[in-house]
Design a protein around this ligand. Sequence first.
Ligand SMILES: [Fe+2]
Length: 302
Amino acid sequence: MSTVNTLWQQQVISWEYTSAATPDLNEVPIQPFPASLHEQGDTRVIALDLSKDLETPYLATSPNLLANYVRICANEKISTTVAATSEVFFVLRGSGRTETADGTVVWQQGDAFTLPCNQGVTHFADEDSALYWSHDGPLLQYMGVQPNKAMFKPAYYSKAYMRDEVGKLRETAMQEKRNRVGIILGNTDSAKTKTMTHTMWSLFNLLPKGEVQKPHRHQSVALDLAAFSGPDTYTLIGKKVDENGDIINPVKAMWATNSVFVTPPGWWHSHHNESDQDAYVFPVQDAGLHTYMRTLDIQFVR
Ligand SMILES: [Fe+2]
């Protein structure tokens, strides 16, 4: 009888436990992606790619997510197709519409919308436009799977809705010095995890002029879009906090309107607005997945 035992033994490897319990993977870098990437050139998708840092054979901004800028010149169109379970869009600039199998959604600057797995959509711009587009394609690439079921219905979040909802809680949140002045965006199909989709999460967070939002940390990676910012507005990011709750030896990520930076998993981060203009940040994270796995581990300084 011919067997495969010898062949299959060639695959075997093992490690002594204490020296191998924490594999030496590259860290997720704190990486800025300037707005200039989507402010010039032809209609196209610009991947915010960190695959070299992450050592993945596919495009990725974090292990689970890929963020992109989609630049669409006036009166032009572009199709986007990805094997993902969740796609999150935020309109950076301009106005237009996106045609999907579930219908046509009209959008303008400051709006957001989500799509479940689909066969592709086409974006049409009425004027010079740009979208911030994130999805969980890298997670599916890692698992070697194709999505075959829409896990939620698409949702559209208007700029007016998000601004009004944050406006309603602004005064109370500031008086109580809450950790963030924002709304977690939801979908009735992922209400259990209180996330935007079953895998992805986003917050529409106001950082009022002159204010500081104290550090917190979580195991999800944040792909942070500065949706609007004046000068001297930034995030401090570091691995540890001192006894006063201040971040030790932080890296400073400046906010610039319509630019993105990455906040690595587990790192403490605080937001600072030293300008006289309110600022808004729209972080996109894999926190739907972490919440489901009970691994988010969000912690706040006192
Ligand atoms: Fe955060």
